[in-house]
Design a protein around this ligand. Structure first.
Ligand code: C5P
Length: 235
């Protein structure tokens, strides 16, 4: 188990810059990083990353790139120019795409961590079979994580359900970032396969992506402090 000193990434799933900044004001950049996703970035653009960085936050730009190798590598370089701390792509883009992006990052002094999404958790075995993958989600997820590791990526994003299987197949330094985390007693919302922060870390997660249990808490600042101290108690 390799726990980062600040393992929490708060998902700022909001539609405007003002609401993102308002949420961020309730958070402490010493206790968490933040995640900017497709909705906020499409509406607000690079300003979302720039303003959050100015507040002291490390920013995970969660745009899940999936395109030809050159296009993805250039997009990752653009994320590096913005000063992102982490950026991601789809492992199903294959070896050439991942290696080209990883090689582009290796040349930079300010490279973000590069992580890969394996199989979207919205897919199940039947939906995966329909697009030609008959091996099931767990096997395919683990296979894509191994491929991402061999292509020089820094880690993967996967559900808590897949951590154990992936951890057995990748280097110890390979990062596992997991959403679907719910502290005991908090609302499950639409997460079907979730784990508590302690369960996810014990299974081998390095970073936990947590949204609504923090952003929709009565007091986000206290919710973050509580979850952070639970995680740190494991070190
Ligand atoms: O509010 P909640 O904690 O459910 O937010 C989780 C975040 O992680 C959201 O930004 C969601 O899009 C993202 N995510 C997820 N499940 C995945 C991949 C990403 O919930 N498999």
């Amino acid at each position: 188990m390799k726990l980062q000193s600040d393992p929490i990434i708060v998902a700022l799933d909001v539609p405007s810059l003002s609401s993102a900044l308002k949420k961020a004001e309730q958070l402490d950049p010493d206790l968490c990083k933040v995640k900017v996703g497709k909705e906020l970035f499409t509406k607000v653009g690079p300003d979302s990353v720039i303003r959050l960085r100015k507040m002291g936050f490390d920013v995970f730009l969660d745009l899940k790139f999936h395109d030809i190798p050159n296009t993805v590598a250039r997009a990752c370089e653009a994320a590096a120019d913005l000063g992102c701390w982490m950026v991601n792509l789809h492992a199903s883009g294959g070896r050439a795409m991942m290696e080209t992006a990883a090689n582009a990052m290796a040349k930079l002094s300010n490279a973000p961590l590069l992580t890969a999404v394996t199989v979207l958790t919205s897919l199940n075995d039947n939906l995966l079979a329909e697009i030609g993958v008959g091996d099931g989600t767990l096997l395919h997820t683990t296979r894509l994580a191994k491929l991402a590791n061999s292509c020089g990526l820094d880690g993967v994003v996967c559900s808590p359900h897949e951590i154990t299987s992936i951890r057995e197949e990748v280097n110890d330094s390979f990062l596992i970032v997991t959403p679907g985390v719910r502290p005991l007693g908090s609302a499950v919302n639409d997460q079907a396969r979730f784990a508590t922060p302690i369960e996810a870390i014990k299974k081998g997660a390095n970073y936990l992506v947590i949204g609504r249990p923090i952003t929709e808490a009565r007091d986000s600042r206290i919710a973050l402090i509580e979850i952070h101290s639970t995680c740190i108690s494991l070190t």
